[in-house]
Write a protein that binds this ligand. Structure first.
Ligand SMILES: Nc1ncnc2c1ncn2[C@@H]1O[C@H](COP(=O)(O)OP(=O)(O)O)[C@@H](O)[C@H]1O
Ligand SMILES: [Mg+2]
Length: 231
């Protein structure tokens, strides 16, 4: 479903080789970690899936479409397939929790009726019904990240892309976020998560692709079950 085919990325200005000959396949419904130290190339990989960056060489297929060939006007439609979660939440500060999530539906012209049904449903799923009318600054970091996850899933994307989603959170809050992502994955959504936090990776049963200096140095199905370890 997602295929990197001999992908290289050289940043123009610095001539830095950020990804080197990366080939991999990610299947529908997978939960995949992209791990590696800071500078390993994780965000570069994520940005290429989001089509914020193009590879210097190689091709990237999403559902059999070579996204390196997408035209500019096709990119917004392509991105609708994706839900995106960042380390710094990126919520709209002048909108409430409800409005932040609703906005993701408004921009793709969903009806008021659909919005009224769907937003409370996803806020319930992320455990934030009681915070619906709060503004982001009135929430904890973990709650803000839950809003950003609600916003990412509200349009039922097939794939969720997360870049260091627990990067600003303490271990206990991070665990809650991971359980939420696992629950979303259990409903069939493919999840790709970049992180440099080994502890989080080790407690999940998921595939782990390790980057080092822009190269894939290992690709393992492993870890042990999060539920079994923590309950
Ligand atoms: N816009 C850029 N211009 C030049 N070099 C960059 C740019 N973005 C990232 N890099 C370099 O590419 C390498 C990989 O970066 P990145 O993908 O952000 O790594 P990670 O997310 O694993 O920390 C790093 O050496 C970084 O300095
Ligand atoms: Mg990064």
């Amino acid at each position: 479903m997602i295929r990197f085919e001999r992908v290289n990325k050289i940043y123009d200005k610095t001539k830095h080789l950020a990804l080197s000959d990366v080939s991999l396949d990610i299947c529908v419904g997978d939960f995949v970690f992209i791990v590696g130290k800071s500078g390993a190339g994780k965000s570069t990989m994520i940005k290429m899936i989001l089509k914020e960056l193009d590879p210097t060489e190689g091709r990237i297929f999403i559902e059999d479409v070579d996204i390196t060939k997408l035209k500019k006007r096709e990119i917004p439609f392509y991105r609708r397939k994706l839900g995106i979660v960042f380390q710094d939440y990126r919520l709209l500060t002048d909108k409430t929790v409800y409005e932040n999530v609703a906005y993701a539906m408004e921009i793709i012209e969903k009806t008021h009726k659909d919005i009224k049904v769907k937003v409370p449903e996803v806020l319930n799923m992320v455990g934030l019904t009681h915070r619906m009318n709060y503004y982001p600054e009135q929430l904890s970091g973990g709650e803000q990240q839950r809003v950003s996850i609600a916003r990412a899933i509200v349009n039922d994307p097939k794939i969720i892309i997360c870049d260091e989603p627990t990067g600003n959170l303490d271990p206990r809050t991070s665990l809650g976020i991971m359980k939420l992502l696992k629950a979303i994955n259990d409903r069939g959504t493919t999840i790709i998560m970049a992180t440099h936090d080994r502890d989080i990776v080790d407690m999940m049963q998921a595939r782990v692709i390790t980057l080092h200096g822009g190269k894939v140095v290992s690709d393992k199905k492993g870890g042990y079950d999060c539920e079994a370890t923590y309950i």
